[in-house]
Ligand binder design. Structure first.
Ligand code: BGC
Length: 834
């Protein structure tokens, strides 16, 4: 039952319902009945809620089909993904997109949209960066907040995810993110904090991983002390799908809803703990009240008239956002192409020209009603071109015949447009990239095309940075990122100069993954040491002086902008910075103006500069506009680990108005004298190691962390919390992995056997996503996320068997009561070597 079928609100007051509900019903209310609905209690007129992904469209699943319904959903608008929208630097786009998605939610009867994702892009290899906004917390927070306001303004609830420090996919189910208190506050929690305080999301989704040793689902400091007591969150915390760890501890920590649920074991744990007095009845009742408030809110809005959903308007919005978000990374003047001059000698190479990659893979995968590829858009314009496919996606094999055809065509060409990028087998939720390169067939072909002497323009489709070793030989690089279903229109409009590129990067493009700020410890194992602390992205590179491919905030235009007449005023606690932006070229265009503040030279280690405000301004050719950007003096504060609070230091700062983090146009001093004299809260070795961004893992990292680095356990053993891929020395682990993979391989092969079609593509990608994700799952995450397909008793029994507790294991598997019922082992237990 969806909330659209019921009368507004709840039949009686929430307190009365709490008094009426039985213990079993309370436990039921706090979990899903399947992947996408919560339990209803019809006896008391309490309806279920419908929840769906998110974030760049509504994924209303038709048939769960064992892969969370990925690849089998009802048609809906595929907007540009979050990483793309952020490149616009215009949060109004996130707001408009959120409102449009919410209107589609209302059509489908969706109550809660599982979005936005506001995790920090800690490393370019994270497979899920395309779903996040930025490496910078201000950009992430501003965009996330606008998106939430857009969605909730139309009466649909949001779920801000994944709370918190969820920065990789390879270890997401079992990993422990070790983050020092200051980096946590300044970098990883800051976007969440802004969104909670400013946009009041109805729900928050906790992450799979552990944070400093405790699973996020059970993390009281995170979910109660910080989220509710400090920031004032008054909604519901739900788990990510299968992220529940210890059901009773999670309730005490402030996590109400267990999704996708249908885990009898957890329900029983609540009931037993309540009966035995181990779970305070007030804790349980408060969780139930919060769920009922969410249901009441959702049902009340569902009964109100919705704005009509206009598919054509949404498609146009997707196109406009994509156009405004594309980033011109390089240009020697070849772009824009003159459609007339190009006709005849324009050669287009690359499968993505006709089979555009417009979104990422995984739980966010949308099936749009139509896709407009660059080829469609060229044809609509009557552009004359010769097309050669050149390479195939979804394979690492080169195709000699396709390459020959492309090279022959290039020889006769004036300009070659090469459409390249990543495919869904390379970049996806569920696993991380192993490197930052484009696929081997594309790299080889690009090399050969450049060797013909042709002028090559690279048009890129990728959700995260890629290596461009040949960048200096390219005539231009236009990055569409993952532009949504009408990305082809955006590409054509920009290539032919109908629109002027005005996007800028919200993540740094290093030359290789080895240059990334977290390269010292990324995906090395289940224990992730965030040893770079606050030095994430440009905060690292600006100070370390890393040679970069493209800096944070970089993006070119077909026109030029001059910055002048800087004026800085401090009024009360607010700093107002104005300047004139003049369009000195001959085309109308928009400029993204960034305001960084260079930090004081105090005793506390700081990044060289930090983004404090930004704006985007349209300026007609030859004209100029006055812009004003502002921030609170309090924004300059750092998180002090002795005070456990924000501290503003006195000293000399510098206002920098820039066109990118590396392109500083105007500066002015800013003296702060209403703060506190600078003094370091750290031990001397931390101060010494962190005065500059650390190139590796400093010896003082445990001191910075204020706790020992956790032990990753003995490799190769199977425990309840081991990735199946890592249980290589356990027979049961290997059998388990083999069994789950066999099941998904079948789905993959079935998809492969289908005739070429969009449906085949979607099914193939969905199966591949699960296939690649399975090895990262643990027995626990499998049991928790399978909606009953892998019963908890079986998973726990297998963990017992692997730990050489055969009797207990068999009893569990057979569903018999286990006498002492200890929790399944989470610490590795050594198997005797035979
Ligand atoms: C993802 C979430 C998503 C959920 C439901 C999880 O695997 O991490 O972002 O909302 O699945 O599809």
């Amino acid at each position: 039952m969806s909330t659209t079928d019921i009368t507004p609100g709840l039949p009686v007051a929430i307190d009365e319902l709490v008094a009426e509900l039985t213990l079993d019903e309370k436990a039921l209310l706090l979990e899903g009945v399947d992947s996408w609905r919560t339990n209803a209690i019809p006896r008391l007129g309490i309806p279920s809620l419908v929840l769906t992904d998110g974030p760049h469209g509504v994924r209303m699943v038709r048939d769960d089909g064992g892969a969370f319904g990925v690849g089998d959903s009802r048609p809906s608008t595929a907007f540009p993904t979050s990483a793309t929208v952020a490149h616009s630097w215009d949060p109004e786009h996130a707001r408009r997109m959120g409102a449009a998605i919410a209107r589609e939610c209302r059509d489908f009867g969706v109550d809660v949209l599982l979005a936005p994702g506001v995790n920090i892009m800690r490393n370019p290899l994270c497979g899920r960066n395309f779903e996040y906004y930025s490496e910078d917390p201000l950009v992430s927070g501003v965009f996330g907040s606008a998106f939430v306001q857009g969605v909730q303004g139309e009466g649909v609830a949001t779920s801000v995810k994944h709370f918190a420090a969820n920065s990789n996919e390879d270890y997401r189910f079992v990993g422990d993110s070790l983050v020092d208190e200051r980096a946590l506050r300044e970098i990883y929690l800051r976007a969440f904090e802004r969104i909670i305080r400013e946009a009041r999301p109805a729900t928050v989704m906790c992450a799979y991983n552990r944070l400093n040793g405790t699973f996020c689902s059970d993390h009281r400091e995170l979910l109660t002390d910080i989220l509710r007591e400090e920031w004032g969150f008054d909604g519901v915390v739900m788990t990510d799908w299968g992220a529940m760890h210890d059901r009773v501890a999670s309730l005490e920590a402030g996590c109400e809803l267990d999704m996708p649920g249908e885990v009898a074991h957890n329900r029983e744990a609540i009931i037993a703990a309540a009966r035995e007095g181990r779970l305070d009845s007030e804790v349980l009742d408060e969780a139930v009240r919060r769920m009922l408030r969410l249901i009441e809110r959702a049902t009340s809005t569902a009964a109100q008239p919705a704005h009509p959903h206009d598919p054509a308007a949404h498609a146009a919005l997707a196109r406009d956002i994509a156009t405004d978000s594309a980033v011109l990374l390089a240009n020697d003047g070849t772009l824009p192409l003159d459609a007339d001059a190009a006709s005849g000698s324009l050669v287009v190479v690359g499968e993505l020209f006709e089979n555009m990659r417009f979104q990422g893979a995984g739980s966010s995968l949308i099936l749009p009603p139509e896709v407009v590829s660059p080829r469609d858009a060229f044809d609509r314009r009557g552009v004359a071109y010769t097309y050669a496919r050149g390479y195939r996606t979804l394979t690492a094999e080169r195709d000699a015949a396709l390459e020959r055809e492309a090279i022959e065509a290039a020889k006769a060409a004036g300009t070659v447009l090469f459409f390249g990028g990543l495919d869904d087998f390379e970049e996806s939720e569920g696993f991380d990239r192993a490197h930052m390169r484009l696929g081997a067939p594309q790299v080889a072909l690009l090399r050969e095309l450049l060797d013909t002497g042709a002028q090559v323009v690279l048009v890129l489709f990728a959700g995260a940075p890629v290596e461009l070793p040949f960048a200096d030989e390219l005539a231009a690089v236009l990055d569409l990122a993952l532009p949504g279903m009408h990305g082809g229109e955006a590409a054509a409009a920009l290539l032919f100069g109908e629109a002027n590129p005005s996007g800028k990067l919200t993540e740094t493009w290093t030359h290789t993954a080895a240059d990334a700020s977290s390269a010292a410890d990324y995906d090395r194992g289940p224990v992730a040491q965030y040893a770079e602390s606050i030095y994430v992205g440009y905060r690292f590179h600006d100070k370390a002086g890393t040679a970069l491919r493209y800096p944070f905030g970089h993006g070119l235009s077909y026109t030029t902008f001059e910055y002048r007449d800087l004026d800085v005023r401090v009024s009360g606690d607010r700093v107002e910075v104005s300047a004139t932006i003049a369009n000195t070229g001959d085309r109308d265009g928009a400029e993204v103006v960034q305001l960084y503040v260079r930090n004081n030279d105090g005793a506390v280690f700081k990044a060289e500069q930090e983004l404090r405000a930004f704006t985007k301004v349209n300026v007609v050719a030859g004209a100029s506009e006055r812009v004003t950007l502002s921030f609170d003096l309090a924004d300059l504060a750092y998180w002090d680990v002795a005070d456990h609070d924000w501290v503003l230091e006195d000293g000399e700062y510098e206002i920098r108005l820039t066109a990118s983090a590396a392109d500083i146009r105007l500066t002015a001093p800013l003296v702060v004298d209403r703060g506190r004299t600078s003094r370091s809260p750290y031990p001397a070795d931390v101060d010494a190691d962190y005065a500059m961004p650390p190139p590796g893992i400093p010896a003082s990292f445990p001191a910075l962390l204020d706790r020992p680095v956790s032990d990753p356990g003995r490799p190769g053993r199977l425990t309840f919390e081991t990735r199946l891929a890592d249980a290589t020395r356990s027979v049961i682990g290997r059998l388990m992995l083999g069994a789950v993979l066999a099941r998904v391989r079948k789905q993959f092969r079935a998809a492969q056997a289908m005739p070429e079609s969009a449906e085949r593509d979607a099914k193939l990608k969905a199966a591949h996503f699960v296939l690649r994700m399975m090895p990262s799952m643990s027995l626990r995450s499998l049991a928790m996320s399978s909606s009953g397909v892998m019963p908890y008793s079986l998973a726990a029994g297998l963990a017992d068997l692997a730990a050489w507790h055969p009797i207990r294991g068999l009893r569990r598997i057979l569903g018999r009561p286990v006498p002492l019922a200890p929790a399944p082992v989470t610490a590795p237990i050594e198997e005797p070597t035979r």
